[in-house]
Design a binder for this molecule. Structure first.
Ligand code: HEC
Ligand code: HEC
Ligand code: HEC
Ligand code: HEC
Ligand code: HEC
Ligand code: HEC
Ligand code: HEC
Ligand code: HEC
Ligand code: HEC
Length: 466
């Protein structure tokens, strides 16, 4: 029969379950938007995991670790079939589609990844498919039926799919250069296309590449920043300025004000890459103005042209400004070493820092190729640095005077001590001499006293006998 006592015992449990179902409610409602959850029966994974055939087993093992498994994207979402049955799992009437053909893969992935409603929860962009279709890769796949271009899985993995923040992902930032170069550095693979295969080697030698490899600097570009991972195409004439300018915005702004920029818009040259290289971009210096490398001024302006001569003049101005700042900085360092700390010199350091900041900006401003403006600025820098140098010279002079004064003081002090010592010695000698003479006088007096006593005694003796 119905036991009231017992049912009261269950009430707290009832409340607990109601509480639990409420706390799961938001998650449950989210899951409705999401693909089937992987926690449900999955005969595909079970049977494939237990297979001895590596071709069948590896997809299931890889998928186990993936973000897709975590997000509930299961075998059925990409291959169809019936994951609740062992025998009929892979039957066509259960919707099984088998192994997707290469040309169908982008659209397969895009079923979810181009669906902003599905991706919103994960804060993922949904433009990969449309960019891909516009890229050289995508166009060749769709147009020429070229199977050698990558689809989504060549860059992301097929089953072992990870977030790009995960170091295991082939598109984790430091891994991207290798992922692209798997094909692009392979001479045999790329032979039929007649595109160069030196991008990876060039990149590794570049200033960007060294910062990425040696310091894992997250700010420097990898292949995907300049080409886009999905829109892969070489940036066109104007785009290069945009691509480099995404990060080097100040420099790009200066460049846009130059005659070079005007010429670039008309003729397509010179772009950033004509003076810096596209993959092997070294740290540039003034030697570009007079050097004979493929990216130096001479590659477009013959040495007797006015433009080249302007460059040589510009080089001279930059070198003078740089040398004067350096010289002043060395002088400050020397002053500190030689005891200038007694003087107020911190303002000199500040002044030099200002001059240096101005110099760095002026180097970027060379991209305007506005010679009169650059001349004015470099003269200001040289002037400021010279002033600091002069102030330091003055301090050195004062330091010298102080030092001479100090030497005099010491000499005087030593002489004084010596004289004092001499005086002390002579006083002591005098005292000793006096003491000695007094001593001998006393002894003589004593002798005299003794003699008188003897005489007296002798007189007394004779008196007694009398
Ligand atoms: C009872 C074991 C078993 C189950 C369950 C199973 N598979 Fe398979 N699967 C196999 C075997 C064996 C092969 C290789 C023979 C073949 O191609 O039929 C295979 C092949 C495949 C292939 C490769 C087909 C090709 O064209 O190369 C895919 C994809 C696949 N399975 C997906 C699935 C999916 C998705 C499910 C669940 C809906 C599933 N499998 C369930 C055993 C299984
Ligand atoms: C996100 C989509 C996706 C999911 C999820 C997925 N696969 Fe695949 N699978 C693919 C694609 C795409 C290919 C074709 C890869 C290629 O051509 O290189 C493939 C290929 C395969 C192959 C053939 C491998 C070969 O080398 O011939 C098997 C077997 C397979 N999948 C099984 C599974 C099983 C089992 C699961 C679940 C444990 C699963 N897949 C989950 C997309 C998926
Ligand atoms: C059924 C829907 C679905 C399909 C089909 C699908 N994905 Fe996904 N994918 C997801 C979801 C959901 C996530 C988000 C997982 C997360 O962030 O936790 C995801 C995440 C990813 C990520 C990680 C993104 C990041 O950086 O965080 C990559 C890469 C990815 N998928 C690639 C693919 C590829 C390649 C294919 C085709 C072979 C594919 N996906 C097919 C649903 C899908
Ligand atoms: C040529 C290589 C390549 C191909 C092909 C490619 N991707 Fe990517 N994908 C990348 C790189 C590199 C990133 C890293 C982010 C970036 O720089 O764009 C990325 C990032 C992603 C992300 C994470 C985006 C985010 O917001 O964090 C998703 C999702 C993704 N790709 C899906 C796809 C899908 C779907 C396809 C096929 C339509 C595809 N990718 C094709 C290289 C590729
Ligand atoms: C699976 C091999 C493969 C992978 C991986 C790959 N590519 Fe490609 N890529 C090709 C092939 C093949 C072409 C076609 C060559 C052509 O038509 O110029 C191409 C073309 C290009 C082009 C156009 C070159 C030109 O001037 O015609 C660029 C740019 C490019 N890829 C960049 C990338 C980037 C960036 C990545 C990595 C995010 C990448 N590729 C990954 C195979 C690959
Ligand atoms: C700093 C930006 C930048 C980075 C990083 C970069 N590229 Fe490029 N890449 C360019 C520019 C700019 C061009 C095209 C210049 C032109 O039109 O001549 C180019 C051209 C290409 C081409 C066409 C063939 C050629 O050499 O002209 C391929 C392929 C290519 N890059 C692949 C890659 C790969 C792979 C990586 C990574 C290892 C990479 N790029 C890194 C800027 C970059
Ligand atoms: C994703 C951002 C990014 C892009 C895109 C980029 N760079 Fe850089 N570049 C950097 C960073 C970061 C440094 C290192 C700056 C530092 O250490 O102060 C750097 C350094 C340089 C340097 C060395 C001089 C210096 O100021 O450090 C040159 C030259 C250079 N980049 C040229 C280019 C050119 C040309 C392009 C286009 C083809 C380009 N960069 C594209 C981020 C970028
Ligand atoms: C890729 C080719 C190219 C390179 C490299 C190049 N320039 Fe130019 N330069 C041009 C073009 C094109 C013009 C505009 C047409 C003209 O006046 O000759 C121009 C114009 C100039 C002018 C303006 C001339 C005038 O008439 O006012 C100066 C100055 C100049 N360049 C200096 C330099 C310096 C300095 C360098 C090296 C740092 C350099 N250029 C590198 C192509 C180049
Ligand atoms: C006409 C040749 C020329 C062009 C075009 C050019 N540069 Fe430069 N760039 C130079 C020279 C020369 C220097 C070195 C000046 C020095 O060190 O005295 C330099 C220095 C730099 C530096 C280091 C100094 C700084 O500005 O911070 C960066 C970064 C740079 N360039 C980026 C770019 C970018 C981005 C573009 C395209 C928008 C570009 N350059 C276009 C010649 C050029």
């Amino acid at each position: 029969m119905f036991d009231v006592g017992r049912s009261i015992f269950y009430v707290p449990f009832l409340f607990f379950f109601i509480f639990l179902s409420f706390s799961f409610f938001p998650a449950a409602s989210l899951a409705q938007d999401q693909p089937d959850t992987a926690t449900e029966e999955n005969t595909c994974a079970e049977c494939h995991q237990s297979s001895d055939d590596e071709r069948l087993k590896k997809p299931a093992a890889d998928w186990e670790l993936s973000v897709h498994k975590k997000a509930g994207v299961s075998c059925k979402d990409c291959h169809g079939g019936d994951p609740s049955s062992y025998d009929a799992a892979m039957e066509a009437k259960a919707g099984f589609t088998g192994k997707p053909k290469k040309e169908d893969i982008p659209a397969l992935c895009a079923r979810c990844h181009a669906d902003s409603k599905k991706m919103r929860v994960y804060n993922l962009r949904t433009d990969q498919y449309s960019y891909y279709q516009e890229s050289i890769h995508g166009k060749r796949l769709a147009g020429e039926r070229d199977k050698k271009v990558p689809t989504c899985v060549d860059c992301h993995g097929t089953h072992a799919v990870f977030s790009r923040k995960d170091p295991r992902s082939p598109v984790h930032r430091p891994n991207i250069i290798k992922t692209c170069s798997k094909c692009h550095s392979d001479k045999a693979y790329m032979a039929e296309y007649k595109v160069p295969t030196d991008q990876y080697d060039g990149y590794l030698q570049s200033y960007h590449g060294k910062l990425l490899v040696e310091k894992e600097d997250p700010r420097v570009p990898t292949c995907a920043d300049c080409h886009s991972g999905h829109g892969a195409a070489p940036p066109g004439a104007k785009d290069v300025t945009e691509v480099c300018g995404n990060c080097h915005s100040v420099t790009a702004e200066f460049f846009s004000k130059s005659k070079h920029s005007l010429a670039m818009e008309e003729t397509g040259k010179p772009r950033c890459v004509n003076c810096h290289g596209k993959h092997n971009i070294p740290f540039p210096g003034v030697e570009k103005f007079t050097g004979d490398g493929p990216d130096d001024c001479r590659s477009c302006h013959p040495p007797d042209s006015p433009a080249f001569k302007e460059g040589v003049r510009l080089k001279g101005m930059l070198e003078t400004a740089d040398a004067s700042v350096r010289k002043a900085r060395d002088a400050v360092a020397e002053l500190k070493k030689k005891g200038g700390t007694g003087f107020e010199i911190s303002n000199l350091g500040d002044k030099l820092d200002d001059a240096n900041t101005k110099l760095v900006k002026t180097v970027a401003m060379t991209h305007t190729m506005h010679i009169p403006l650059l001349e004015k600025r470099t003269e200001e820098i040289t002037g400021a640095a010279k002033k600091v140098h002069e102030e330091i010279e003055a301090i050195f002079k004062e330091l010298k005077i102080r030092n001479i004064g100090l030497i005099f003081t010491w000499v005087f002090l030593l002489l004084f001590i010596w004289a004092l010592n001499e005086k002390r010695k002579s006083i002591r000698k005098e005292a000793l001499r006096r003491k000695r003479t007094e001593g001998s006088r006393g002894r003589r007096a004593e002798d005299r006293g003794q003699k008188t006593e003897d005489r007296r005694q002798r007189a007394g003796d004779s008196g007694g006998q009398e």
